[in-house]
Design a protein. Sequence first.
Length: 167
Amino acid sequence: MKTFRTNKINLKNNIMYRLTFLFSMLIALNANAKINNNSDDLNSEKSRLEKILFNNIENLSSTAVDISIIELIEMEEAVELGFDAAKYLPENFNALKGKYDLDWNTIELIEIEEEVELGFDTAKYLPENFNALKGKHDLDWNTIELIEMEEEVELGYILNKKIVCSL
């Protein structure tokens, strides 16, 4: 009959594995408790806001809300630059002075054409007496018959399905 005999090396490794497992479990449980604690704070804040927003939503009628009774409050925050900008501006400086003085009708726009340099003579590669604009106005659009083609397009989804999204 064979007996199992533990020597000191196996016993030492066995204890190390058990300690490693024990400490890993303690760290995992501690992290899990910390995460659950934070999520409880977020969930309670979320539920508090939901109660404020949707309290007695079943009792509300479907009457339209008058937009004029809604008051919009714009929060203006002061921007702190860390220095006084007025020291660096001229006296009586007005950033908006001349804003509407510009008359766009008096300004003449000039299109600057840039000449393209290809690095070789293109005439060598074209037929003799070549004219790129020849026949430009020869086409009579009134003699051309346009045909509209109807084609069925398969988009791959059903339009009548309802999509329900819940939070």
